[in-house]
Design a protein around this ligand. Sequence first.
Ligand SMILES: C[S@@+](CC[C@H](N)C(=O)[O-])C[C@H]1O[C@@H](n2cnc3c(N)ncnc32)[C@H](O)[C@@H]1O
Length: 221
Amino acid sequence: MRYRVEGFNIRSENAARSTSQPGRAVVEWLSGHPPVESALDLGCGKLRYGRELITIANRVTFVDSESQLSRTQQIFGQKTSVRSYVSDAWASASVVTIDAYWQSPARFDLVLFANVLSAIPDEWMRRKLMKSIRGHLTSDGECLIATQYRNSYFRRARERVNAVPYLDGWIIPMGGGWASFYGILGPRELATLTEASGLRVVRSWTKGETACAVVSPVRTR
Ligand SMILES: C[S@@+](CC[C@H](N)C(=O)[O-])C[C@H]1O[C@@H](n2cnc3c(N)ncnc32)[C@H](O)[C@@H]1O
């Protein structure tokens, strides 16, 4: 997904990390999760957590922008696309574009929303995605949100270049009008976004540079 901010073009799909660099906090939480019928990986990137999700859920849906899903890239050591990898490797999984997701009535027992908020330099889009999680969870479903709470890689980059403070993070110019963005969201920011989205925080913690919150729908009588 591309964002135009402060005169820069930000290609958020480039923020997705390699499948060889899964985050420990997310892997630990997923590894301890009981089996579920259905799971959604919202902003799935390069399928970093695909293997864990396939182990937990009978059906997994991977959602991202068309450009992220269709471009050729390195996934689990193969040169392929997210769409091709999923259809070749995982019969119980499907790939859905973010545009189709907005229209979809499907509900999931488990939603993974990993490192997406920190890659989005747009508060409106962050809130829209958070609210959509409420609408796509089963009544007793839960979502793990993970965000960048600190970022040592970008901190070093920020010191080298003319980084532009923006929102809760930084725009790092890459040349030719292109830039990358990262936002820093900790447990407090996650709680605020969660409460504004008809969700409640069940548990939150930080591990290394990652903030995590398990959230579930607010029950209405
Ligand atoms: C930092 S990557 C994280 C990818 C993956 N969740 C992971 O942890 O490896 C952020 C992802 O969010 C996706 N993204 C950004 N804005 C989005 C939006 N509005 N809707 C859906 N996906 C979006 C990007 O394309 C990118 O794949």
